[in-house]
Design a protein around this ligand. Structure first.
Ligand SMILES: Cc1cccc(C(=O)O)c1OC(=O)C1CC1
Ligand SMILES: [Ca+2]
Ligand SMILES: [Zn+2]
Length: 336
């Protein structure tokens, strides 16, 4: 949880976050009319969506934490794509704002919190963000910043490459969401080892230090290795079964690790291929341009390698350090 609920406008980064928009004296809604981002809630366990109001615009009620975090997350995702990639909103045109909650929400990129009951998931449903509260054991409320960015990047992908959500294209869909989840978290909090963990702020609240996925170490070898949340980091280890839509949350470890090596550098523990890091900023530029300009619904891992090379060449030149490291990052994970 972020500490935004203690004060209006206090933000954890250089910008200013608008939580409450005043509608009238002593009536504020979490609806930012500049970013066109709004946050709504389900009445616990029901399918009734309604606006959340506050009387003094200090959002520190215990039931307001998920509202503040979801709203903060959507605002930060908006700022990241606008500031870093020049992209206006999820659809590139300041939306989608098609979703209109029963009581408001028209014209806003909407997030809904408190979905279902003890729901261990968060998802983009094609027009809006939705968060579960978690069951308190596997997940605390799933409103952490990297998850908000992960889910809203599913929206960006839908408007760009629209990668089919199964097998290798589905694993790329998942991986691009993890990558921009990491990059938005880094944009707001600065880079740390947590940057490369996915969901660490709300996964297993009773256990510290663990995460849902690990881009720096998909096998999670540091936790005894090859245990829970053990995903492949080399093409030779890819899952070829049918569960999880053909392993979209499993094989994502392979492109996730390629991105990590491209950004931070390192030598792959299995292939022994060394990668010279180019930094997460340039790596993020390559990944965004690949998604927006070169990848399509049926792109597979080999196609993603080619798309990122085309993007690196267009951005930095075909003999640039960025291009060369993109080649070696994919080679390190056994693709191309
Ligand atoms: C928790 C969860 C379950 C099923 C699908 C997703 C999904 O959005 O793919 C999901 O959310 C994540 O993976 C976010 C990044 C932690
Ligand atoms: Ca993280
Ligand atoms: Zn996902």
């Amino acid at each position: 949880y972020d500490n935004l609920q203690t004060a209006q406008g206090t933000s954890l980064y250089s910008g200013t976050v608008t939580i409450g928009t005043s509608v009238s004296a002593s009536k504020y809604y979490p609806e930012d009319l500049t970013r066109k981002v709004g946050t709504f809630t389900y009445a616990n366990g029901t399918s009734t969506v309604y606006r959340i109001a506050d009387t003094d615009d200090v959002w520190n009620g215990s039931d307001q934490r998920v509202v503040v975090d979801a709203h903060f997350g959507a605002s930060m995702v908006y700022d990241y794509f606008k500031t870093v990639h020049g992209r206006n909103g999820i659809d590139g045109a300041g939306g989608p704002t098609a979703y209109a909650a029963a009581n408001g929400g028209a014209g806003l990129i909407s997030s809904i919190v408190r979905y279902s009951t003890a729901y261990n998931n968060a998802f983009w449903d094609g027009t809006k963000m939705t968060y579960g509260d978690g069951d308190g054991s596997t997940f605390a409320p799933l409103v952490s910043l990297d998850i908000a960015a992960h889910e809203m990047t599913h929206g960006v992908t839908q408007y760009e490459a629209n990668l089919t959500y199964q097998n290798e294209s589905g694993a790329l869909n998942e991986s691009w969401s993890d990558v921009f989840g990491a990059l938005v978290e880094r944009y707001v909090y600065g880079e740390s080892t947590d940057t490369w963990k996915i969901g660490e702020d709300c996964y297993t609240p009773g256990t510290s230090g663990d995460a849902l996925r690990y881009m720096d170490d998909p096998h999670d070898a540091s936790n005894g290795g090859y245990t829970s949340n053990d995903d492949p980091d080399h093409y030779s280890e890819r899952y070829t079964g049918t569960s999880d839509n053909g392993g979209v949350h499993i094989n994502s470890g392979i492109p996730n690790h390629a991105f990590y090596l491209l950004a931070k550098g390192g030598t792959h523990h299995l292939s022994g291929v060394a990668v010279t890091g180019i930094g997460a900023d340039d790596a993020g530029k390559i990944w965004y341009k690949a998604l927006a300009d070169y990848m399509t619904a049926s792109t597979n891992f080999a196609g993603a390698r080619q798309a990122t090379l085309s993007a690196a060449s267009a951005l930095f030149g075909g003999s640039s350090a960025q291009y060369t490291s993109t080649q070696s990052a994919w080679c390190a994970v056994g693709v191309g």
